[in-house]
Unconditional design. Structure first.
Length: 120
């Protein structure tokens, strides 16, 4: 089995191919027994890795906040990857900040109602 077949089967198993290449690779899997064996080996290896108790994530595990993705993207593509105005919107949409956002919105509505009560 050539290295090229193993690499292509690995790309297919990991989902790294675009749509046209993936269709071509699937055709190779159905036609070529070496490609089928290489793809099967990749899938078996991935199943053993993902079923490993080391990689098991509990259902109640904390999820990273939106800033984690932004920091990774900025580290990979530079600081200009995330527009400055989008950071505070991501912060507002973050699930861990919903209580604070609702509290602030309620406080603003109460303040507006109190001002309208005083002047109307």
């Amino acid at each position: 089995m050539s290295d090229e077949i193993v690499l292509r089967a690995g790309e297919l198993a990991l989902g790294l191919l675009d749509e046209a290449e993936a269709q071509e690779a699937w055709h190779e899997v159905t036609v070529d027994p070496q490609m089928r064996a290489a793809y099967g080996a990749w899938i078996e290896e991935l199943v053993t890795v993902y079923d490993s108790p080391v990689l098991a994530v509990p259902a109640n595990a904390p999820r990273p906040g939106p800033q984690v993705f932004a920091n990774v993207e900025a580290a990979l593509f530079g600081a200009a990857a995330l527009p400055r105005g989008q950071r505070w919107r991501d912060w507002l949409r973050a699930p861990e900040n919903r209580g604070l956002v609702v509290t602030m919105a309620t406080a603003k509505l109460l303040l507006l109602a109190w001002i309208l009560y005083l002047f109307l």
